[in-house]
Write a protein that binds this ligand. Structure first.
Ligand code: EPZ
Length: 435
């Protein structure tokens, strides 16, 4: 199992180009199940979760190849509709296959995803949405067995809000399924995340009729069939936010290219409040794509404490909570971090404390009492973003930090150590079996 060994205290200075978004790419790939025509997706990152999705889709009859700078997905065999536990347990996003498969093949069997390190993560809203479209759903042997009576779903009005807001992958599932349903579907309390907008863009290019994606009400007029498309994945807003925090925590200066500034306003608002500056390098250029800006990230020498609460988009993303907390460990005063999406998502708290952070957790709130320095230590967290927070802390800490089990990081960050090292960090990947 690989580890990262980080010698902290090096200032980052360089340029990082933001990759395509993992969380956008996963449901985009699953959309290949909606058509017998090929899809080409460009800018798909090379990550463990993406490789798992490829494996799953291959089992479901999708031929996948890489050519001409894109990933080509073509559903050539529609006879298999079972997403097995073996794959689903490696990646919860396998649930994205449920809606498309049910809509196109009339039936789907998907192993029920289990809990994970950041909490219970139920799929009741996904199922509620598909039942509203007429699906019959049963649970058998740990599998969700879904059938569309008569082979086709029927449009309806669906409320998708839950106790913790809407659901991103649930909205993706129901919206995808509704594209092939008979009649009109209205999703109320839909997730507004940019990944949903990207999926709607792909589905529209395939021939779907969708209005309102990016707002809480999405209207879908079902069509008989969908065709192929060629689509470029949006840049990864969470990767961009992570590198913003990396620049700030090392008091460095990073230029981020292809930075999706347009969907990072809550992040830049909180970073600015803490004394981190994110400045576009082509200010006012009318032709600049707001999702692919070139920005410079710098920070004031003394960071200010702030309050932050995670919320559904356009609020502050839960996927950046751990990275921001690492940064606030070094602010001059007490910050308050409240987690409203996954109230148990605090695996990094105990590990940051081992590095000298002063953190006090009560329920879903952590008071971060800033310290002057963090101290290197061996650490580990079994969640992708928590691990990213620990790498950031390691970049700033005095001495050596060893981040264990970086396969969690590899699920969401492509070659993170190489990109940080190119910007001046002292970080190496070590296979701990070889050590
Ligand atoms: C997506 O997960 C992301 N994953 C997560 O990113 C992200 O943290 C999350 O959205 C929130 O932004 C992918 O896109 C692959 P939700 P998702 O359904 O869709 C509750 C990362 O680090 N809920 O929007 O599964 C749920 O428990 C990952 O990249 C229900 O109650 O999240 C949570 O409290 C981690 N019932 C809230 O809703 C349901 O049926 C939001 O979850 C579904 C969800």
């Amino acid at each position: 199992m690989d580890t990262f060994v980080i010698e902290g205290g090096r200032r980052l200075d360089g340029t990082i180009r933001i990759n395509g978004s993992k969380n956008a790419a996963l449901p985009l790939m699953a959309a290949a199940l909606l058509s017998d025509q090929p899809l080409t997706l460009r800018g798909v990152p090379d990550l463990a979760d993406i490789r798992n999705m490829r494996r799953l889709l291959a089992e479901l009859g999708v031929e996948i190849g890489d050519n001409d700078g894109g990933m080509r997905l073509h559903a050539v065999d529609e006879s298999e509709s079972h997403a097995r536990y073996d794959i689903v347990r490696t990646m919860r996003a396998s649930i994205c296959a449920l809606g498309p498969m049910l809509a196109r093949r009339g039936a789907a069997r998907v192993s029920m995803p289990g809990g994970c390190a950041i909490g219970d993560r139920p799929v009741d809203l996904h199922l509620r949405g598909l039942v509203a479209l007429g699906a019959h759903i049963e649970l058998e042997g740990g599998d969700i067995i879904a059938k569309a009576p008569g082979g086709r779903l029927k449009g309806d009005t669906i409320f998708l809000g839950g106790a913790f807001g809407s659901t991103v992958l649930g909205t993706a599932n129901v919206m995808s399924a509704a594209t092939l349903a008979e009649g009109t579907t209205v999703i109320e309390s839909a997730a507004c995340e940019p990944e949903i907008v990207d999926l709607a863009r792909l589905l529209t290019a395939m021939g779907a009729q969708i209005e309102g994606a990016g707002s809480p009400r999405i209207t879908i007029r079902g069509v008989e069939s969908l065709g192929g498309a060629d689509h470029t994945v949006i840049p990864d807003r969470i990767e961009a936010a992570t590198y913003m925090c990396a620049a700030a925590i090392t008091n460095g200066s990073l230029v981020l290219e292809d930075c999706p500034l347009d969907c990072l306003l809550a992040v830049t608002d909180r970073l600015e409040a803490a004394g981190v500056h994110v400045d576009p390098l082509e200010p006012g250029a009318p032709e600049a794509d707001p999702m692919r800006r070139r920005v410079r990230v710098t920070a004031e020498r003394v960071l200010r404490p702030i309050e932050v609460t995670t919320q559904p988009h356009p609020g502050f993303p839960t996927d950046v909570q751990a990275q921001l907390m690492a940064l606030l460990c070094l602010a001059d005063g007490n910050s308050v971090v409240t987690e409203k999406i996954f109230p148990e998502r605090f695996l990094h708290v105990a590990e940051l404390s081992r590095m000298g952070a002063r953190l006090f957790r009560v329920g879903n709130t952590v008071v971060v009492s800033g310290v002057r320095t963090l101290k290197g230590a061996p650490v580990m967290a079994s969640d992708l973003r928590a691990s990213a927070g620990l790498v950031l802390a390691g970049l700033a800490a005095e001495g050596t930090t060893v981040v264990n089990r970086v396969y969690h990081l590899d699920r969401g960050y492509e070659k993170m150590e190489e990109r940080l090292a190119a910007a001046g960090a002292t970080i190496t990947r070590v296979d701990d079996r070889a050590a």
